[in-house]
Design a binder for this molecule. Structure first.
Ligand SMILES: [Zn+2]
Length: 263
């Protein structure tokens, strides 16, 4: 499905959401509201900026042109973190969050992970307002970055509203992720599972399936995670990208068999 994860298809997905009349919430907005304040139906758009930050800016523009605000979780590794680009995404009306990987950096030492987390959060806060965070799942390390948290009060201590996996109610909100370049849950989604996801939820493979799902579920509550680096402007570019990911998925699959984490 080489046409499926193109910028054009992403715009089609957004337009379907607008057509149906879904309000779009950032993670900050979602976590700021009490359960009774939330609109009956909504879409939370979440992005992990793992690599190719220029693609994130493309996504930010595609959304802003349609009056939609979303949330970009940005890694602070040198290959991804570009202060000017982060400022530009925020200036388009989007939320910036910290895509943390401090358990990986600290090799599983919780105390050292907090020291690292505080430092990198402060670095990102020099360029943007950061109220929420979200773990980065590196399939090649043995750690789960969420394991640094003992309880919700710890987010308060950092002046944070919460964590995108841990603080959202995924029994209430249907979660779909483009990991593995399909919206379907599966073995490739190592470390990309939430707790309490309804195992019986309706599946979507292609972006077109997800468009249909939005149209058929106008009273739904959705959280859609996408990685802009996995999408391309043209189908030809996507073919190159898919070859890169296929190589990566082979090693991911091997990891899954060995560790069988996060099922
Ligand atoms: Zn990530």
């Amino acid at each position: 499905m080489t046409n499926d994860f193109t910028y054009g298809m992403y715009a089609t997905l957004l337009e379907a959401g607008l057509d149906v009349g879904f309000p779009f919430l950032t993670v900050r907005e979602y976590l700021s509201m009490d359960a009774e304040e939330l609109p009956p139906a909504f879409i939370v758009l979440r992005h992990d900026v793992d690599r190719k930050p220029a693609n994130a800016l493309d996504f930010a523009r595609i959304e802003a042109e349609r009056g939609i605000a979303s949330t970009y979780y940005v890694r602070t590794v040198p290959t991804v973190f570009d202060p000017d680009l982060v400022r530009e995404i925020e200036s388009l009306g989007h939320e910036i969050g910290y895509h943390y990987e401090d358990m990986d950096r600290a090799d599983g030492d919780v105390e050292a992970a907090h020291v690292s987390f505080a430092r990198h959060l402060a670095r990102l806060r020099e360029v943007a307002t950061v109220d929420t965070v979200c773990m980065h799942g590196n399939p090649l390390t043995p750690h789960d970055n969420r394991d640094m948290w003992r309880d919700d009060d710890e987010f308060d201590e950092y002046g944070l509203l919460g964590e995108a996996y841990l603080s959202m109610d995924f029994e209430d909100v249907a979660y779909y992720s483009d990991t593995g370049r399909t919206w379907r849950d599966g073995a490739l989604k190592v470390k990309d599972h939430t707790f309490g996801v309804d195992g019986g939820k309706r599946q979507a493979s292609t972006t077109g399936d997800l468009v249909d799902l939005l149209r058929e579920t106008p009273d739904g509550r959705f959280c859609l995670l996408s990685h802009p680096d996995r999408w391309a402007d043209t189908p030809a570019e996507l073919v190159t990208e898919t070859a890169f990911d296929t190589a990566k998925n082979v090693s991911k699959y091997a990891m899954h068999v060995v560790t069988s984490r996060g099922g």
